[in-house]
Write a protein that binds this ligand. Structure first.
Ligand code: FAD
Ligand code: NAI
Length: 419
């Protein structure tokens, strides 16, 4: 009934849900089950963040809580090993779920030679429906060649052979700040080079300002409004050439490691989907209708390969909804209320409109907004836990009180945003 291409959060969830709804399902995955998220994204990064958090508290804040710790150190290969084990176990869990739900895993690379056909190796499989869930991959930067040892993407940053003394992160987005936080808290000197004047594009303006203040206080060297024009590697060191984004004199920065984190692009390379009549938009994404179907009937697309935030829970929800449509039901994802969390310390979480967006909507519709803000400094539990950085900001319609957006910087913002 259904062939799903890609075994990440979008694909594995769609495959399992469709099987649970009584469909005969196969999932094609070229690499390991679990996709970017379980193998090289969400989960292994969160394992490293936990290590970084624990080490930082023990190394720098133990005395505040009355602990005396002498001779604290860490073993890097165990730290990396723990993160890889987390991925291995979770990917194994997906394989188990495939078996349990009778989803056939077709191991290999898929192409779509025609509507209703999927080729894996020499075999052509036929299905009434195809779901494309091929995810995304790191965007590349002209003049900067990734070797995944010294000049790395987030993937290489998860398995560095040793802890670098210095790291330049290109891009002050989610990956740059999360991975930068891991290394900064484990003792690496971190410089972040960002093309725009502010970090975290797309987030609420006040949140962006507060985050910059906090990261600077934590020792991040933030170089905003700066562009990288090239990188060379010699003798185990990288030299980056940078200049002001608006133009001006160039200078060089040396580092043991460079992390390129300037965004991700939808992954449709090598799918040969044009043979089936499928196209991509100017951003490389596959456009879909309300039912997740592409311009070719019977071919659906979900997750990072489609428009919308590149987030695992968005991909998963789309997987469930697309499977429901394939089964003749109606699947719904409310794309207006997808929360996002940046897992730095403190965490940064948001849902709905930013204040800037809410103001623009209000002035276009003749309505008004109101904004409530509460500092963590005045929150008793935050004071007790000594986690007073940040604030909670709620944006609502002034007349109806309808909540339009919530933005939180706080140690546990990622848990609070669900409420
Ligand atoms: P993917 O997970 O990318 O899966 C696509 C799969 O398709 C891959 O396994 C690939 O091998 C396979 N594939 C591609 N083409 C073919 C083909 N032709 N044939 C066979 N197989 C193919 N999101 C969050 O919500 N929270 C986080 O904390 C978070 N942290 C992240 C940290 C990092 C470092 C990164 C890089 C991403 C993070 N994300 C996070 C984003 C999240 O990983 C993605 O949004 C999510 O994985 C998208 O799921 P997907 O199924 O669409 O694609
Ligand atoms: P991003 O879009 O979040 O940030 C990229 C940053 O790089 C932006 O600030 C951008 O202005 C900057 N930039 C672009 N070109 C540049 C250049 N030439 N020089 C300097 N700066 C440049 O992308 P990122 O961080 O790579 O992450 C990709 C996606 O992965 C995220 O958008 C997110 O959807 C997902 N992700 C989610 C996580 C989470 O939910 N916690 C964690 C990590 C990734």
């Amino acid at each position: 009934d259904l062939i799903v291409i890609g075994g990440g959060p979008a694909g594995y969830v769609a495959a399992i849900r469709a099987a649970q709804l009584g469909k005969k399902v196969a999932c094609v995955e070229a690499d390991r089950a679990g996709g970017t998220c379980l193998n090289w994204g969400c989960l292994p990064t969160k394992a490293l963040l936990k290590n970084a958090e624990l080490y930082h508290v023990l190394a720098h804040r133990a005395a505040e809580f009355g602990f005396k710790i002498e001779g604290l150190s860490y073993d890097w290969s165990t730290v990396i090993g723990r993160s890889r084990k987390v991925s291995d176990r979770l990917a194994g869990g997906i394989e188990f779920l495939f078996k349990k739900n009778k989803v056939t895993w077709l191991k290999g690379w898929a192409t779509i030679p025609a509507a209703g056909k999927v080729q894996v190796g020499d075999e052509v499989h036929e299905a009434k429906n195809i779901v494309i869930a091929t995810g995304s991959e790191p965007s590349s930067l002209p003049g900067v060649t990734v070797d995944e040892t010294i000049v790395v993407t987030s993937t290489g940053a998860l398995t560095l052979p040793s802890i670098p003394k210095s790291m330049v992160v290109i891009g002050a987005g989610v990956i740059g700040l999360e991975m930068g936080s891991v290394y900064a808290r484990l003792g690496t000197e971190v410089t972040v080079v960002e093309y725009l004047d502010q970090l975290l594009p797309g987030m609420d303006g006040e949140v962006r300002k507060e985050a910059a203040k906090i990261f600077k206080k934590q020792g991040f060297n933030l170089r905003m409004g700066t562009k990288v024009t090239g990188a060379t590697v010699k003798g185990g060191m990288a030299t980056l050439t940078v200049e002001p984004s608006a133009g001006g004199a160039s200078e060089t920065i040396e580092a043991d490691c460079v992390l390129v984190a300037i965004g991700r692009r939808p992954n449709t390379d090598g799918l040969a989907m044009e043979k089936a009549g499928l196209t991509v938009n100017t951003r490389g994404q596959i456009e879909i209708g309300h039912d997740f179907q592409t311009n070719v009937p019977g071919i659906y697309a979900i997750g990072d390969v489609c428009p919308g935030p590149m987030l695992a829970h968005k991909a998963e929800d789309e997987g469930i909804a697309a499977a429901e449509f394939v089964a003749g039901l109606t699947g719904i994802v409310n794309h207006d209320v997808i929360p996002g969390v940046v897992y730095t310390y403190p965490e940064i979480a948001s849902v709905g409109l930013t204040e800037e967006e809410a103001k623009a909507h209000a002035s276009a519709s003749g309505s008004e907004i109101k904004v409530g803000k509460f500092p963590m400094m005045a929150n008793s539990r935050a004071k007790t836990n000594r986690t007073t950085d940040g604030f909670v900001k709620v944006i609502a319609d002034a007349k109806t009180d309808r909540v339009l957006g919530v933005h939180i910087i706080a140690s546990i913002a990622g848990s609070m945003i669900a409420e």
